[in-house]
Design a protein around this ligand. Structure first.
Ligand SMILES: C[S@@+](CC[C@H](N)C(=O)[O-])C[C@H]1O[C@@H](n2cnc3c(N)ncnc32)[C@H](O)[C@@H]1O
Length: 365
């Protein structure tokens, strides 16, 4: 089932990037306690993976870069700053819902391990950690994020605020951490901040199939989604007056220079963001004001990006609650509760993985 019109020209190519990532990546790391796990086997592979992804994206038509590379240590710090901008309503609104509903969520799930995908600074998660720590002698929290720096920062802050919470951070991608879900069952997987909106339709389908397969029956998911609303709010949120989102986009190219030796003139990179109402998504691009010859050192390859090229760096899809609920049912999730703010700008869905129905054999059909 699709939430948006079919035919996204970038979607199929972005999926081939996921296949490429799988081809150069070793298995998920083993778990540990009170720590942030960074798999040392991935250090070299990560740079090569980044270079290959940039080469694939920049030489494609239309060109794109994968949004997860926006988050190195500098990008993660800039994202924290974006969350504090007056125009960026998402974080404040979702935090307000969590503050109101954390105890209710704890009652609904009972004691579970909290696993968070793309946890960032875990700021909003604090409401949940407090609610679970108030009712259990010990709580296990497993934040998973590609940015090791932000994971360490979050772990230190949590151990001061919640001494009974054991933090096992995993510095890796969402999908490489899926095999951990069964180890930590009973669990609730948190996917907040409308990070799901960064996936196009095909990536979303693959993601939910993976989460559904990886979870044990009766485990929970808490999903944060930004809802469709007045267009001007989106255009303001992704073009903040202080220019922090513009710096965030630019940092992706600075990172390509730092890690891949590319030599891109950063003054030639301009942030462009606008809401596409047909596709119900904010689209973020880097517009090239002059031709750039992008050299990728690990591949010894140069990609020419002509003047006026628009490179898509991120999408942020906006959702209709009813359609989203129907979509999630296709992946064997029951929607247990829905929480929203008074303006219905943002939604939090508490989902539960249903037991798999026995498949009918051909002669029973
Ligand atoms: C939009 S931010 C949301 C952060 C936080 N959950 C919040 O709600 O404020 C996305 C986070 O996911 C991480 N991230 C992005 N893509 C990822 C991926 N493919 N695998 C793991 N983490 C990812 C980023 O480093 C970043 O911290």
């Amino acid at each position: 089932m699709s939430l948006i019109p079919e035919g996204d020209p970038v979607a199929s190519r972005r999926l081939s990037e996921a296949e490429l990532v799988a081809s150069v990546s070793p298995d998920a790391p083993d778990s540990d306690v009170d720590s942030v796990i960074v798999d040392p086997r991935r250090a070299g592979a990560a740079t090569l993976e980044f270079a290959r992804s940039v080469a694939l994206g920049l030489s494609d038509t239309p060109p794109w870069l994968h949004s997860r590379f926006l988050y190195d240590d500098i990008g993660s710090r800039l994202f924290e700053e974006i969350c504090e901008q007056p125009e960026y309503y998402l974080t404040r609104t979702e935090a307000g819902i969590l503050e109101q509903c954390a105890s209710r969520i704890r009652e609904a799930t009972g004691p579970v391990t909290l696993i968070e995908l793309g946890s960032g600074n875990s700021g909003k998660t604090d409401y949940l950690l407090a609610a679970y720590a108030a009712t259990e002698p010990s709580v296990r929290y497993v934040p998973i994020d590609v940015s090791a720096g932000i994971l360490n920062q979050a772990k230190d802050a949590i151990s001061v605020r919640h001494p009974t919470v054991t933090v096992t951070g995993v510095a890796d991608t969402y999908e490489r951490a899926f095999p951990l879900f069964k180890e930590f069952s009973p669990a609730m997987v948190l996917f907040l901040g409308s990070s799901i909106g960064n996936f196009d339709q095909r990536e979303s389908d693959v993601f939910w199939q993976g989460v559904s397969d990886a979870l044990s029956p009766r485990d929970f998911v808490l999903l944060g989604v930004d809802l469709v609303k007045e267009e001007s709010l989106f255009n303001a949120a992704y073009n903040d007056a202080a220019g922090v989102t513009a710096q965030f986009t630019k940092n992706l190219f600075a990172r390509i220079n730092r890690e891949l030796g590319a030599g891109i003139d950063l003054d030639a990179v301009e942030h462009v963001a606008h809401y596409n109402s047909e596709w119900q998504r904010v689209e973020i691009y880097a517009r090239f004001l002059s031709r750039q010859d992008v050299y990728l050192e690990p591949l010894d390859r140069t990609i020419v990006v002509p003047k006026r090229t628009m490179v898509m760096t991120e999408i942020s899809r906006k959702y209709d609650l009813e359609k989203m609920k129907e979509y999630l049912r296709c992946y064997d999730f029951a929607v247990r509760e829905v929480f929203t703010d008074k303006k219905r700008w943002f939604g939090l869905l508490l989902l539960q993985r249903l037991p798999q129905m026995p498949r009918k054999s051909a002669d029973q059909r």
